[in-house]
Design a protein around this ligand. Structure first.
Ligand code: PXP
Length: 241
């Protein structure tokens, strides 16, 4: 059965709107766990626009499931990851002006640098994932880098303006999943997934985890975090293994 990991960055975004103490993403993370999430994801951006260093420190000390640390491949983030010791790091591209992560990491031509970047994290027993587009050359490069997981970017699928374009993106992602699995990579999916579009993946076998933030936190405004997470867990529970 695939599992749900919840990204709680959006809770921090609301808190930072007033630069105060509420809502607290650490409290939200505990509630997500109680509702059935198997992991909590946080992205500490270089500009600290939502998640703060204090959140990363507290999450890593308090959650009882797995902490997945999303980060850019910078020296600063590597040092933080080594200190807080997450279950995995997920390397993502980061642009200052973007609203959210816009596309996958470019692994092509970065094989040596990223292999060396991940080496001290692997030595410490921290797992690794690369957030990439469903592109054959990116997948081959991810394999060469030696990450355990790829997280295939579903944002273009989620944002496709027509159903036929969405179907084309879906087909591309499914090909990418299959190719990654054939190369021995474990596959997660994330970005832009919601309670409706996720159903397109119901029959796709071998997905390990879905990484979802925005749609769950949006629904939680209406029904509460507990119900919003449980609703998504219930959907995923019925998916093909
Ligand atoms: N995976 C990655 C790598 C992301 O950057 C994000 C957004 O923070 C997500 C998953 C979750 O995306 P969403 O908030 O659209 O569910």
């Amino acid at each position: 059965m695939p599992f749900l990991c919840v990204n709680v960055d959006h809770v921090a975004t609301i808190r930072q709107a007033r630069l105060g103490v509420e809502p607290d993403p650490v409290t939200a993370a505990a509630m997500c766990e109680l509702a059935g999430a198997v992991g909590i994801i946080m992205h500490l951006r270089e500009d600290r626009r939502h998640v703060q260093d204090r959140d990363i420190d507290l999450i890593s000390k308090t959650i009882q499931t797995e902490f997945h640390f999303e980060m850019a491949a910078t020296e600063e983030m590597q040092q933080i990851a080594l200190r807080v010791d997450p279950a995995t790091v997920c390397l993502v591209p980061e642009k200052r002006e973007e609203l959210t992560t816009e596309g996958g990491l470019n692994c092509i031509g970065q094989e040596k640098r990223l292999t060396e970047y991940l080496a001290p994290l692997h030595e410490k027993g921290i797992g690794s994932s690369l957030f990439i587009d469903a592109d054959a050359n990116q997948i081959k490069a991810a394999k060469a880098i030696g990450a355990e997981y790829v997280e295939i970017h579903t944002g273009h699928f989620a944002d496709a303006p027509t159903r036929s374009e969405q179907k084309a993106e879906l087909a591309r992602i499914i090909d990418g999943i299959k190719m990654s699995q054939d190369l021995g990579l474990k596959v997660n999916l994330g970005h832009g997934l919601n309670y409706v579009n996720i159903l397109d993946f119901a029959d796709v076998p071998g997905i390990c985890e879905y990484s979802i933030g925005h749609s769950i936190m949006s629904r939680s405004i209406y029904v509460g975090i507990d119900r919003a997470v449980r609703d998504m867990v219930e959907i995923i529970r019925n998916f093909t293994d």
